[in-house]
Design a protein around this ligand. Structure first.
Ligand code: PRT
Ligand code: MG
Length: 217
């Protein structure tokens, strides 16, 4: 019985490593230097697959991976169909925010009931946020580099993730609203959890224990 875990390169892989170690799993390759998309681990029955961050829920939903780690942002856009989400791993933390150009008066635009053009990768989250506020928006779907959109007149505002705030600052943008706090979740294929419970449950327990330890209690 092989267990396949889907991860994305970069911060998710790096911040999941200590949790994998706590569960006795060590990858035999580094995805940053290896071109392999399937990584063996010290355990013959556990392998990792490296996919785009936004593709993690899809691999797990269809059972191509049994487990995965995905940001709440990604899970919200995906919808979560077929996924069991037992654990907030409390990693890759950031905030989803509305941002505009430094010189844009967002408050008065909202107060005047202006129709705002909002560029974002997070169309679902943006739609929900502005609908709840009663603000009319035209959403423009982008796949990255949202920060550019207000600078070249594509949009009035963006909805993006912010951690240090340096990217906004470097592009003369300011955050004007917080939408939600984001962290990454463990996701599990619902059928895998039933059929491979003997192998998966100890991993879930080890992850939960490691998360608890890193929270300092
Ligand atoms: O890069 P790719 O298009 O493949 O996908 P991705 O950008 O979704 O993947 P990745 O690895 O960059 O992010 C994976 C997950 O990390 C996201 O789904 C989030 O849940 C989480 N995360 C945490 C972040 C950030 N912090 C973050 N700061 N994801 C992206 N960013 C970006 C943000 O979009 C902005 O462009 O970093 C920039 C802002 O950072 P600061 O530090 O300048 O504020
Ligand atoms: Mg990225």
């Amino acid at each position: 019985m092989t267990i396949t875990i889907a991860l994305s390169k970069g911060r998710i892989f790096e911040e999941t490593l200590p949790l994998l170690n706590a569960a006795g799993i060590t990858p035999l390759d580094d995805p940053e230097s290896s071109r392999k998309l399937i990584l063996a681990t010290n355990r013959a029955d556990v392998r990792l697959i490296i996919v785009r961050a936004s593709d993690v829920p899809t691999y797990v939903q269809y059972g191509a991976a049994d487990l995965g780690v995905a940001g709440k942002d990604v899970l919200n856009e995906h919808g979560g169909t077929g996924l069991y989400q037992p654990l907030d791993l409390n990693i890759a933390r950031c905030r989803m925010m509305v941002a505009v150009r430094d010189d844009f008066d967002y408050e008065s635009a909202v107060r005047q009931g202006a129709r705002l053009r909002v560029a974002t990768k997070y169309v679902q989250a943006a739609r929900e946020h502005f609908a709840a506020k009663g603000v009319h928006v035209d959403l423009i779907k982008l796949y990255g580099s949202m920060e550019l959109a207000p600078l070249v007149g594509l949009s009035d505002a963006i909805v993006d993730l912010v951690s240090s705030g340096n990217t906004l600052k470097a592009n003369h943008l300011k955050a004007v609203e917080a939408i939600s706090v984001i962290s990454s979740r463990l996701v599990v294929n619902q059928a895998s959890l039933k059929l491979k419970r003997v192998a998966i449950q100890p991993m879930l327990d080890a992850f939960a224990q490691a998360v608890k330890m890193s929270a300092g209690d």
